[in-house]
Design a protein around this ligand. Structure first.
Ligand code: IMP
Ligand code: MG
Length: 180
């Protein structure tokens, strides 16, 4: 696996220290609000597990699963494969995401959850790739771990063809891996 990586963009230490910083901010911002923290599967799983333990105020955990109608690309034709269980009406909701890329997924998830009438809805993404944003999407993430360049990254939950999610760091794949 490591042999397929061209270079490491974010080490385990980089990621953990940023998560600790975000944790302090989120702990303050959500103190006394008992937020529902919603993870979008499955890329977020690794980040979610670390992030939630740095939010040191009571909160609830929820997950949802979305996918494209066809293929695996984020084409814009998204559906909810598995919805959250909790009733979030009147609740403070924080969405956790692995990466904010074109913006299709987060826009879709946000609109879906807004229909459930939460008291507030904010977004925390580990990675933000602003250069990839689809024209017309002006939504900004409220909390961002790292801004990353326009490169396809894997590891720490992020996949290429469902692999590399278990790498502990975030890296850029060697171009020849795509060519195979
Ligand atoms: P969107 O383009 O913002 O809708 O992002 C959709 C999804 O594509 C993300 O939640 C990721 O699962 C995946 N994705 C986007 N960019 C990357 C990347 O660089 N590596 C791995 N997955 C990515
Ligand atoms: Mg993915």
């Amino acid at each position: 696996m490591d042999n397929d990586i061209q270079n490491i963009l974010l080490t385990e230490e980089d990621i953990q220290s940023r998560i600790a910083e975000l944790g302090q901010i989120l702990t303050e911002d959500y103190a006394g609000k008992d937020p529902v923290v919603i993870g979008v599967m499955k890329g977020v799983v690794v980040f979610y597990a670390d992030m939630i333990r740095q939010i040191k105020t009571p909160c609830e955990m929820e997950f949802m699963w979305i996918s494209s109608y066809e293929g695996t690309d984020s084409t814009g034709n998204l559906i909810v494969r598995r919805d959250i269980n909790a009733d979030i009406a009147g609740r403070h909701v924080l969405i956790l995401e692995d990466i904010y890329d074109t913006g299709n997924s987060l826009t879709f998830v946000r609109n879906h959850l807004l229909q459930k009438k939460p008291a507030s809805l904010k977004i925390c993404t580990l990675l933000d790739k602003p250069s990839r944003r689809k024209p017309g999407i002006t939504l900004k993430a409220d909390y961002v771990g790292f801004e990353v360049p326009n490169e396809f990254v894997v590891g720490y939950g992020l996949d290429y063809n469902e692999h590399y999610r278990n790498l502990p760091y975030i890296g850029i794949l060697k171009p020849e891996v795509y060519a195979d």
